[in-house]
Design a protein around this ligand. Structure first.
Ligand SMILES: Cc1cc2nc3c(=O)[nH]c(=O)nc-3n(C[C@H](O)[C@H](O)[C@H](O)COP(=O)(O)OP(=O)(O)OC[C@H]3O[C@@H](n4cnc5c(N)ncnc54)[C@H](O)[C@@H]3O)c2cc1C
Length: 450
């Protein structure tokens, strides 16, 4: 059977904050947009965060309305749980992307996310959204504010007991669902595939991921989030409230041994943010941040750093060489104290947080034929005046797919990528002849009246 064909002006790949913003900016100018996300929900990393620096606004409260705006914009067609297999150029100069939408084994037209299926399902699985600290069922809604708010089945771990099917009040469980092939035609493409964190087990000197009370900063975001797994900051080994917490800066950046030589730009700020939030959650806890330099480059960021110091967070200049643990699984940090005559000391903490960096996990070269820079992120040639123009005409990059950046910069770049894509669509048009954007549904009538 021929794949279902969707014709749009722009294809946005990735539904994190950058992809959502690019899609909304294009859609608000009247362009038809297809937003394709590989996960079952849009939201990206931002929806996992607790609060944002430097305002300490609730992350979910900012991200959820954006997710909703994407879902309800009549110029945006949202395709989640999809893999883009190939992208070719047609004779008219437009791109055509072959996409596979994976089966959710739940009919998303009828599912109301009532969660009766979740309550009936007997299988518990580690929940990646909560950094595996909590669990989800084999049939589950991805998280409480997921968009689309629909269930799916992890078929690899389902025992096919049929309990979900029996309790579903609208009969939407469908074990016979097959992958669906889609062909998306678009004049321009915006790549917003984001980043991954440096793996926690990457550095053998820091325990190689084996020390239970050495966690990464994304885990702490979930511990601090109101929707988090415990609703409280507890250390993983024994569920104890930690009295002494240490942050290790540059635990996945500026480190040749990891192949990540660049600064990830966000880690100083998120460590400062988390230390302030922990001070609120655990007022008696001692918090130390071991650092090489503190980089607080953005608007209001340095004041944020000064506030953390005034709140009693200890900033200790020294690169941590090694982390081990004692018999009670308390991490022991070996560090050279630069400001104290470079003496090497060992200090015990209840929990250690690795300030992991941002790395690129997605290589777009085969599918999109764009160049990738030495750091693994999408290359934006320096000869270009725009930071979102890639090596391939018609393909633009948005947000952290181009390199480490925070939310503010991702949003700024998303707007710029949308503007570049709009200019390209105007110049080449839906038929490749300068025809501009396609006419939105319902707009024909308005134009006829004008
Ligand atoms: C611990 C931590 C704390 C942070 N705290 C803050 C903070 O307080 N303030 C701040 O400004 N910044 C913070 N950040 C940075 C912030 O998370 C990023 O700036 C932001 O998430 C970048 O958004 P993005 O859309 O570019 O990428 P992402 O959030 O990574 O989104 C990319 C999306 O693309 C999808 N995708 C990837 N590959 C494909 C593909 N091939 N096909 C389809 N879809 C794909 C992904 O599933 C994802 O949904 C923090 C980061 C970390 C790690």
């Amino acid at each position: 059977m021929a794949p279902r064909t969707i014709k749009v002006d722009a294809l946005v790949v990735g539904g994190g904050i950058a992809g959502m913003q690019s899609a909304l900016d294009l859609a608000d100018q009247g362009y038809q947009v297809a937003l394709v996300e590989k996960q079952p929900s849009i939201g990206g990393k931002m929806i996992e965060l607790s609060k944002v620096f430097p305002t300490l606004d609730c992350c979910s409260c900012i991200t959820t309305p954006k997710m909703s705006a994407v879902a309800h914009n009549s110029n945006i067609q949202l395709f989640t749980y999809c893999d883009i297999q190939s992208v070719d150029k047609q004779g008219d100069g437009r791109f055509v992307a072959q996409v596979i939408q994976k089966p959710r084994y739940v009919d998303i037209e009828t599912c109301t996310a009532c969660r009766q299926c979740e309550y009936a399902c007997p299988i518990d699985l580690p929940h990646p959204f909560d950094q595996n600290l909590g669990v989800h069922r084999a049939i589950y809604v991805p998280f409480s504010t997921a968009v689309p708010q629909k269930a799916l089945i992890d078929i690899d771990n389902c025992i096919l007991c049929g309990k979900c099917e029996r309790v579903c009040p609208v009969g939407c469980v469908d074990f016979t669902q097959q992958p669906e092939e889609l062909a998306i035609e678009a004049t321009a493409i915006v790549l917003a595939t984001g980043f991954e964190i440096t793996p926690t087990d990457a550095k053998a000197e820091y325990g190689g991921g084996k020390l239970l009370n050495v966690v990464n900063a994304l885990t702490v975001e979930r511990l601090l989030a109101p929707t988090g797994p415990y609703g409280h900051v507890l250390r993983p080994s024994d569920g104890k409230e930690p009295d002494s917490i240490a942050y290790i800066q540059c635990a996945g950046s500026r480190d040749k041994s990891l192949g990540v030589e660049y600064c990830s730009r966000i880690c100083c700020m998120y460590a400062i943010k988390q230390s302030m939030l922990i001070s609120g959650a655990l007022p008696l806890a001692d918090i130390a941040i071991y650092y090489m330099d503190i980089r607080t480059f953005g608007k209001g960021y340095d004041q944020f750093y000064q506030t953390a110091k005034a709140m009693g967070v200890q900033f200790i200049k020294g690169k941590v060489a090694k982390i081990t643990e004692d018999e009670n699984q308390n991490p022991i940090v070996r560090v050279e104290l630069i400001d104290e005559g470079s003496q090497v000391v060992e200090r015990q903490h209840d929990m250690v947080v690795l300030s992991v960096g941002m790395v690129s996990k997605y290589d777009p070269r085969t599918i999109y034929d764009v160049n990738v820079a030495g750091d693994g992120f999408v290359d934006t040639p320096l000869t270009n005046v725009s930071p979102c123009v890639t090596s391939r005409p018609g393909v633009f990059v948005s947000g952290s797919a181009a390199g480490p950046m925070d939310i503010v910069d991702s949003i700024v770049m998303a707007g710029a990528a949308a503007a570049e894509a709009a200019a390209y669509i105007q110049a080449t048009g839906p038929n490749g002849h300068g025809g501009g954007r396609s006419i939105a549904a319902g707009e024909e009538k308005e134009l006829a009246h004008a």
